[in-house]
Design a protein around this ligand. Structure first.
Ligand code: AMP
Length: 592
């Protein structure tokens, strides 16, 4: 296999991608990069997201650009704003050691003025969505006359989304001499027509999706309110009485929490994560392998080495940050010719991520309702009856006890006997699931109004679950406005300290030298424990539960909805949640 350093890439580019954790080229990179570097040419790449196609075109692109000429020399058109931003960010990462090259994303829904200003300053690469770029062309705000490389990314999606006209108009403004690189996951006749009409003797490169997972894995997701995730997990497990699998969590802390909670609730579960000693890990693994425990609650990293063939399910308690990890997770089941099920428990705002994973792995997810209490009770009952039917009877051993048992049960009819026996095992399910609410979240984004709904079952409320208006604990932080603290920083801090993106945050209040934040009481202990030692612009953070009445003031800020854009300014002093998405760039290391 050809290595990156054998392809003729600039050492500064090699340094950039090495820092990103690229070790081996992916198949499309192996074919594409040396080909294009040898002689720039038109190429049609039949490849999906997740194959490494951005680097396939991005790396040679960086190499052929002339940094001294500050005009757009490369143009990448992609169908969505997310993709456009992602491509721009990805290429900027490759170009970390090529500081003279500038890349700008141009997409709809954002301030056009700022984008025009960015263009005016002089850029080498534009990553754009078709609608906005066409708009800029019409307004004469962009000069494409010196574009030498044009990339049409996800061309089939662009056509599906009705961008044909915009794309045509853009293509017309680019020079005939350019090289066109077209990427598409499929090759419908419209794409073939584009290739024929706009490209000159294109070379075709087709790559299969890398590691798209076992063929016989079914991908299912349940959509629930974020706070119902744990209840949903229990239902999934109760619905499959002989489930044998792994629940994937994002952090060690979450892994521990879920495992302890499950054990407390009577499930057969063990945690596996990097904080355990080697001996503890070996013990847990042996127990799991020999089916002494049904469910392993694990982080991605800890589960990497697990080699157990007959897992029935893997459950994504939280979706992983990248497609690669999803593939790894789901690939733990459906092995050795067996079928497997990969279940993801998501909340309403994560549907887009499911779509991304679908694209990445080239498979469709099936949305299924979280089993209702009634369905679970039926399933458990039939399981019990099956066991009753097939149990091995050791005549010899029970013989001596039978006469006294017969005498004791004499008064019961056959029907009553069955009822008694079944109730003995089954009562706990009836008790637990009688009148439980439907956990399925609606399709719309009507979240706030519905989260506080009543009607939970008794056990869930005894577990400390609550309506969204209650159950928050207020913390006092020793940093405030004078240190430049803003609400978004506090959200970052809470997410990092609790290790959970879904932790509920209530009112945030900022004062000169301190701040108040309300967070989900269930996460309070974790927050207290982990917040110590983090630092914010040189000050060590300290959080303590705020005594009621200590602070007045109504300078409250509503929680900013923008949780995705985290500043990441909190340096972890003493610990680093495993697999957390917050400092993604640091731990990203992907292999092909
Ligand atoms: P793409 O198919 O371009 O969307 O890439 C999918 C992901 O794989 C991106 O996060 C890239 O940073 C990453 N990636 C691309 N090429 C490599 C490589 N050779 N080694 C490791 N990761 C890679």
């Amino acid at each position: 296999m050809m290595q990156f350093n054998e392809m003729g890439l600039d050492p500064r580019i090699l340094k950039g991608i090495q820092e990103m954790g690229f070790e081996q080229p992916s198949p499309i990179q192996e074919q594409f990069i040396p080909l294009f570097l040898k002689k720039p040419t038109d190429i049609v790449g039949l490849a999906q997201t997740g194959t490494g196609k951005t680097a396939a075109f991005g790396l040679p692109m960086l190499q052929v650009i002339d940094p001294k000429n500050r005009v757009p020399q490369a143009l990448i058109i992609s169908p969505t704003r997310e993709l456009c931003v992602q491509i721009a960010r990805e290429i900027s990462d490759y170009a970390k050691y090529l500081p003279d090259i500038s890349i700008v994303p141009i997409y709809g829904g954002a301030d056009i003025g700022a984008q025009v200003t960015a263009l005016r300053k002089g850029v080498h690469i534009i990553a754009a969505t078709p609608g906005r770029l066409h708009d800029m062309i019409r307004k004469n705000k962009v000069d494409l006359s010196q574009v030498s490389i044009l990339v049409l990314d996800e061309a089939d999606e662009m056509l599906n989304m009705g961008f044909q006209e915009d794309v045509d108009a853009i293509l017309e403004k680019t020079p005939k001499t350019k090289n066109t690189l077209l990427f598409s996951a499929t090759m419908p006749k419209e794409i073939a027509a584009i290739a024929k009409n706009y490209m000159t003797n294109p070379i075709e490169i087709a790559v299969g999706k890398k590691g798209s997972g076992a063929e016989n894995v079914e991908h299912i997701y349940h959509m629930v309110h974020a706070k119902d995730r744990y209840s949903a997990l229990k239902r999934v497990m109760d619905f499959v009485p002989d489930i044998y699998g792994i629940v994937f969590c994002r952090t060690r802390m979450e892994t521990n929490e879920i495992a302890s909670q499950l054990i407390q609730d009577g499930y057969s579960a063990e945690a596996l994560h990097g904080d355990l000693s080697q001996a503890q890990r070996d013990y847990v693994m042996e127990k799991f392998r020999t089916k002494g425990v049904q469910m392993l609650i694990a982080t991605d990293v800890a589960a990497r080495g697990i080699d157990v063939n007959d897992l029935t399910h893997i459950i994504n308690y939280n979706l992983p940050d990248d497609i690669e990890n999803y593939t790894h997770r789901s690939g733990r089941t459906g092995r050795a010719g067996k079928s497997g099920i990969s279940i993801s428990i998501i909340h309403m705002k994560e549907q887009g991520r499911i779509r991304m994973i679908e694209k990445g792995i080239g498979k469709k997810f099936l949305r299924q309702p979280v089993p209702t209490g009634k369905v679970i009770c039926e399933k458990q009952l039939m399981y019990l009856i099956d066991k009753l039917e097939t149990v091995t009877i050791n005549e010899e051993q029970i013989e001596p006890f039978l006469p006294s048992v017969y005498t004791k049960l004499e008064a019961l009819s056959k029907e009553d006997l069955i009822k008694h026996f079944v109730s003995l095992e089954f009562n706990r399910f009836i008790e637990y699931y009688g009148n439980t609410p439907d956990l399925n979240a609606p399709d719309t984004h009507d979240i706030r109004g519905r989260e506080g709904r009543d009607g939970r079952d008794g056990r869930e409320s005894r577990d400390g679950r609550r309506n969204s208006s209650e159950g928050l604990t207020q913390f006092r932080l020793n940093v405030g406005l004078s240190q430049g603290l803003i609400p978004k920083d506090i959200i970052t801090f809470v997410i990092d300290a609790t290790g959970s993106r879904n932790v509920e945050i209530g009112k945030i209040e900022l004062f000169k030298s301190h701040a108040l934040v309300e967070i989900d009481s269930q996460a309070a202990n974790a927050f207290l424990k982990n917040s110590r030692g983090m630092n914010f612009r040189g000050s060590f953070f300290d959080a303590e539960v705020n005594n009621p009445g200590r602070d007045g003031g109504d300078r409250g800020y509503d929680r900013s909805g923008d949780r995705g854009d985290r500043g990441g300014r909190f340096d972890r002093g003493f610990r680093k949640p495993e697999g957390g998405g917050e400092f993604k760039r640091r731990d990203r290391k992907k292999r092909f």
